[in-house]
Design a protein around this ligand. Structure first.
Ligand code: CMC
Length: 428
């Protein structure tokens, strides 16, 4: 139930309304705090700040709960597909058969990049990170659709489908470009995830084999990444959208925020960490000691989360899937053994236990991606493909909110106070 809370600021009481979410989370509405008291809140990293009300995704980090539009992630992982879940996130309800067919049709209709975009790919050096290419090319794609800039509501389904569909084409093209391979165009007969694998691994005149277990594993990875409420990249998307920038510009900014190793880039960092441990013949003990002693500021990548203080439900599903995929492909991976050993030690170690650090979504996902032949520098790109529906849903929520204002945080200034300019000759 909504109520009020009384705060005493500088000895003076003020009353502020509270807002209670559908899962019982209480927010103190401080919209009038500054006008009433002259004070603002200070919350670096936003650990205690609710930046918006949202009806898309619910997380209870204490209990390890993640729900998209009220559906538990484990149930969706078992019963749904990435594309059905994408529809759910964007439009709020599971689609009917007709709605799903229409959505899939829009994805297919919009899968091809404008041919002019091929020249942009040529401009990148072979050393370009695929995340740099992805972000630039999403933005470049917006220039081929000028009607995006003043998009009207009725155009939204088409723009949303175009972004979700083309991000996959751009990702595959960037991989092919980086490896000096000919680009493979999407096939209208293939479904979303199959089509991505086709564009990644086929050759002109020779289609790659689409093993159902690989398609399923990748589809699950996309689904598990599809949204995660107000994380760094989604907040970035919402912030850019709040200035009324277009969908593609907002998503392009999201890709940049996702790239960092503390966020989506952690999946690449985990694999590199495991490779290093393996190369050095360490069983993980030496590495963990360095982490705990904070030698060289190292972290156990793929561990810890701002919100999950119990376990990350996505990590549990991905770990299970990891064993399954390796068994189905008759593969073993020494990096999986190292990862399991690290987890085993960390979960019983005072350093990790006292800080409530558990494996997150990135800890095991890279091992699956590696098993299906995805190169390490594409891992975060796959995270971005998966996250696109969540960004689209959050963009839509900002645009649909009649009360939405431009995001513009304040600050507590700590710099020099007013001083006068000294000509160059007088400066020491
Ligand atoms: N390894 C070692 N120590 C850690 C780790 C870690 N992975 N994560 C946090 N800590 C320690 C940290 O050093 C600090 O210790 P102390 O109190 O002694 O200073 C304490 O735990 C609290 O850490 P924090 O940095 O204040 O926590 P945060 O909520 O700001 O950061 C995080 C969350 C995810 C950035 C962090 O846990 C981390 O860097 N993890 C490794 C990177 C990673 O796996 N990121 C992927 C996150 S999940 C996917 C996604 O949504 O992006």
């Amino acid at each position: 139930m909504n109520g009020t809370v009384e705060l005493i600021i500088d000895g003076k009481p003020i009353t502020l309304p509270t807002f209670v979410g559908t899962e019982g989370e209480v927010g103190i509405d401080i919209a009038t705090l500054r006008s009433k008291t002259g004070a603002i809140t200070l919350d670096p990293g936003y650990g205690n700040t609710g930046a918006c009300k949202s009806a898309i995704t619910f997380i209870d980090g204490e209990k390890g709960i993640l729900q998209y539009r009220g559906y538990d992630i484990a149930e969706l992982a078992q019963k749904s597909t990435f594309i059905e879940t994408a529809y759910l996130l964007i439009y709020g309800e599971l689609p009917t058969a007709a709605q799903l067919a229409e959505f899939s049709g829009l994805l297919t209709d919009n899968e091809m990049l404008h041919e002019g975009m091929r020249h942009h790919f040529e401009g990148f050096p072979p050393s370009a990170h695929p995340m740099a290419i992805l972000s630039s090319m999403i933005n470049a794609a917006s220039s081929y659709h000028p009607n995006l800039i003043h998009a009207r509501e009725e155009h939204f389904p088409c723009h949303a489908a175009r972004l979700i569909s083309q991000v996959r084409t751009i990702a595959a093209f960037s991989y092919r470009k980086a490896h000096g391979l000919p680009s493979i165009y999407p096939k209208t007969t293939l479904k979303y995830t199959e089509n991505f694998l086709h564009m990644m691994f086929s050759y002109p005149g020779e289609d790659c084999e689409l093993k159902p277990e690989i398609v399923k594993a990748l589809d699950l990875i996309f689904l598990l990444h599809a949204d995660h409420e107000q994380n760094c990249s989604t907040s970035t998307v919402r912030m850019v959208a709040s200035s009324r920038a277009n969908l593609f510009a907002s998503a392009s900014a999201g890709v940049c925020a996702l790239w960092g190793p503390l966020h989506g880039g952690a999946n690449q960092a985990v694999l590199e960490m495991l490779e290093e441990i393996h190369r050095e013949g360490d069983d993980g003990t030496k590495f963990l000691n360095e982490v705990k002693n904070k030698t060289g500021n190292r972290r156990l990548m793929g561990f810890g989360h701002r919100v999950y203080k119990n376990f990350d439900p996505r990590a549990v599903i991905i770990k299970e899937q990891c064993d399954k995929v390796l068994a189905q492909l008759h593969k073993s991976d020494p990096l999986l053994d190292i990862a399991k050993k690290l987890e085993e030690i960390a979960l019983h170690d005072e350093y990790f236990v006292s800080r409530r650090l558990y494996p997150n979504v990135d800890f095991y996902s890279g091992i699956i991606m590696r098993a299906i032949g995805i190169p390490v520098d594409m891992f975060t790109v796959l995270f971005a493909i998966g996250r696109m529906p969540g960004w689209v849903a959050n963009f839509k929520e900002v645009m649909d909110d009649r009360d939405s204002r431009i995001s513009r945080p304040r600050q507590i200034y700590t710099g020099a106070t007013l001083r006068t300019y000294k000509p160059l000759a007088e400066r020491a």
